[in-house]
Design a protein around this ligand. Structure first.
Ligand code: HEM
Length: 399
């Protein structure tokens, strides 16, 4: 960190329910400012809602992580090259076709067709929780298995392997994982995906990966390594994110009984509550890093080509200019303009799926276990302060 930077990224939280206090300080005093990065470099942080949307929707900010100047958020992070790359790190004109190749698998209509199966999965997990010891761990019983089972079934990945890929995903997400271990975890999951896809090549199954093999072969663009990278992205993005949202939102509902009562009385409000939870927690605020490739002025600050930018979604989602009483949880506020799923061309591909999973989980969990309560003091809950995706390692609950 040079003397210019007042803050070092990642910044520290003082309360598990709020962003690091530095976010507010920066947003209110110097909304586009320089921060030091773990590898000794620096980047601009953009903190106001309007500015974050500007950055994420402007092609002069690249998502291509191959570039040597792309901001690195962990020490010794590595740059994915060639077929290791996926849509999330591509710019136009490459990004559009890569996203479009799988977009049809995530439409609202497709998701609605999955609804009965997701409901069945949620009910099965709640049955198991109720049959188990008290207190039970909600993370193990519900938060992780629901999105993992769903994404495994969608992709055509055997759920029996979940222990294996969850263990390696955890290493990827933890900030302190040593570089060589991070690379090894990445190669292990990628190797697993390649083997799985190789087996599907002979007789492609009727699941996302099988259908992709058929479709990409027809287009003449099929490459096993590249599909393995997509499968990897969907597997990781598909379970770690939603899982943490289930745990964190359960805590938030239990701490706000009047808002919980409102969705119990009228499940028509659950989707609004889901939007507010997404805003309130913004579990992946730093994933939206970019590299400026052409000089741009943002929020009155000139950002030059070659400089890194972190569009901090969590700071934006607590910006009082966009959300009144932004630090309060209010399921009635109409939070749909939040940026918890990003914004612009890279906006989350799995958002319809995530919304539906969260909606089904909350409607079912609180209806079936009306006496659900925390099984530990909030102060003792193990929040994931050390990971790139915020969440909870465990959540003891009782009833
Ligand atoms: C992109 C958040 C669930 C797949 C993103 C981005 C964010 C995000 C912030 C933007 C990254 C950027 O701009 O660089 C979340 C949250 C989720 C969630 C908060 C759950 C609550 C999912 C699920 C899937 C998924 C369930 C898939 C099954 C993706 C993919 C992208 C993406 C493929 C990249 C899209 C692109 O580059 O065009 N997500 N996500 N996400 N997400 Fe999600």
């Amino acid at each position: 960190m040079t003397t210019v930077e007042k803050h070092e990224f990642p910044m520290t939280r003082t309360c598990p329910f709020a962003p690091p206090p530095a976010y507010e300080e920066i947003r209110e005093e110097d909304p586009v400012s320089k921060v030091g990065l773990p590898d000794g470099g620096w980047a601009w942080v953009v903190t106001r809602h309007e500015d974050v949307r500007t950055v994420l929707n402007d092609r002069r900010f690249s998502a291509d992580r191959q570039h040597p100047d792309f901001p690195q958020l962990v020490k010794g992070g590595f740059r994915r090259k060639g077929d290791e790359r996926t849509m999330i790190t591509m710019d136009a004109p490459e990004h559009g076709p890569a996203r479009k190749a799988v977009l049809g698998e995530f439409t609202v209509r497709r998701m609605e067709a999955l609804r009965p199966r997701i409901q069945e999965i949620v009910d099965g997990q709640i049955d198991a929780l109720l049959a188990g010891p008290k207190p039970g761990d909600l993370v193990e019983a519900l938060s992780l298995p629901v999105p993992s089972l769903v994404i495994c079934e969608m992709l055509g990945v055997p759920y029996a392997d979940h222990g294996f890929f969850q263990e390696h995903t955890a290493k990827l997400i933890k900030r302190a994982t040593p570089p060589e271990e991070r690379r090894a975890a990445f190669d292990t999951i990628r190797g697993y995906m390649e083997d799985l896809i190789a087996k599907k090549e002979e007789n492609p199954s009727d699941d996302l990966l099988g259908r992709q093999i058929v479709k990409l072969r027809e287009d003449g663009t099929y490459r096993r390594a590249s599909l393995a990278a997509t499968g990897f992205l969907l597997l990781v993005a598909g379970h770690e994110t939603t899982a943490n949202m289930i745990s964190l939102s359960t805590v938030a509902f239990l701490r706000n009984p009047e808002q919980l009562a409102a969705i119990k009385a009228d499940p028509g409000k659950t989707l609004d509550a889901v939007e507010e939870m997404l805003r309130y927690w913004t579990i992946v605020d730093a994933a939206t890093a970019r590299l400026c490739v052409e000089d741009v002025e943002v929020g009155g600050q000139l950002i030059k080509a070659g400089e890194g930018v972190l569009a901090l979604g969590y700071a934006a989602n607590r910006d009082p200019r966009a959300f009144e009483n932004a630090d309060e949880l209010d399921i009635e506020r109409g939070a749909r303009h939040h940026v918890a799923f990003g914004f612009g061309p890279h906006q989350c591909l799995g958002q319809n799926l995530a919304r539906m999973e969260l909606q089904i989980v909350f409607d079912t969990l609180f209806r079936r276990i009306p006496t659900l309560a925390l099984g530990a003091d909030v102060d003792d809950l193990p929040f994931k302060d050390d990971a790139n995706i915020y969440g909870l390692y465990r959540l003891p609950v009782t009833w």
